[in-house]
Ligand binder design. Structure first.
Ligand code: 13P
Length: 256
């Protein structure tokens, strides 16, 4: 069974046109192993430049552009929002949905996240669905309950069969931007739980969904994390702003 690996860069509200140029120029020489996709997700104003520069540099077709968020609505009076159709028009292929920063600062609920995943899938975009527990939830042994409560509304809304086109990023909130990475054993254990949870709904779909780990992934710890049986790459924050570090992380990923 071939399951692709994905390394996605989440620039968050960082980066500029100079980074768009440096990253696309740098990725021209990145060495990717078999069955690996790389996705760069800048802030919305840079999507268009990134697509253009990726074309100018004739980047490997395994390298795509993603957005960090999308509206669940088709169009209309939603000031500040970006629609799936707009992303399609720009040749954006992926979209991060339900990042913990959006869930906590912008009060996105799992129901709204499910609507967004549905909208993305309907438009032919690949959602990178983010889930993860807080430090307190981990300490009080609620991790599995929390992850199930974040996944189930999406399964209920779009149906498990559609997960064949979904990427899941497990990002423990306490590991994001803190330098505190989950140990590879802990990350594997949680990824295995996520896959088993999906398998209860559909085993063959579960076996094919790429599960990414996110939270303080860097050039030094990526290899060990990516070697775990159920970890199919990463969603990278801070380290994705540094071209050489990011390239090292991309090269460490391998399809399973
Ligand atoms: P860091 O890699 O900076 O910890 O961020 C992880 C993340 O939130 C990616 O979406």
């Amino acid at each position: 069974m071939a399951r692709r690996a994905i390394v996605a860069a989440n620039w968050k509200m960082n980066g500029d046109l100079a980074l768009v140029d440096a990253m696309t120029a740098g990725l021209k020489t990145v060495a990717l192993q078999d069955n690996v996709n790389v996705v760069i997700c800048p802030s919305a104003p840079y999507l268009s430049s990134l697509v253009t520069q990726a074309n100018v540099q004739s980047l490997n077709s395994a390298i795509a552009v993603g957005a960090q968020n999308v509206s669940e609505h088709e169009s209309g009076a939603y000031t500040g929002e970006v629609s799936t159709q707009m992303l399609n028009e720009l040749s954006v292929k992926f979209v991060i949905i339900g990042h913990s920063e959006r869930r906590s600062y912008y009060k996105e609920t799992s129901t709204q996240v499910a609507h967004k995943v549905n909208a993305a899938l309907s438009a032919g975009l690949t959602p990178i669905l983010c889930i993860g527990e807080s430090e307190e939830e981990r300490a009080t042994e609620q991790t599995e309950t929390v992850l199930a409560s974040q996944l189930q509304p999406v399964i209920d809304e779009v149906g498990i069969e559609k997960f064949i086109d979904v990427v899941i990023a497990y990002e423990p909130v306490w590991a994001i931007g803190t330098g505190k990475t989950a140990s590879s054993e802990m990350a594997q254990e949680t990824h295995q739980f996520i896959r088993q949870f999906l398998a209860q709904a559909n085993e063959s779909v579960a076996a094919k969904v790429p599960l990414l780990y996110g939270g303080s992934v860097n050039a030094s710890n990526c290899e060990e994390l990516f070697a775990q049986a159920d970890i199919d790459g990463g969603l990278i924050g801070g380290a994705s702003l540094h071209v050489e570090q990011f390239k090292t992380i991309c090269s460490a990923a391998k399809g399973k």
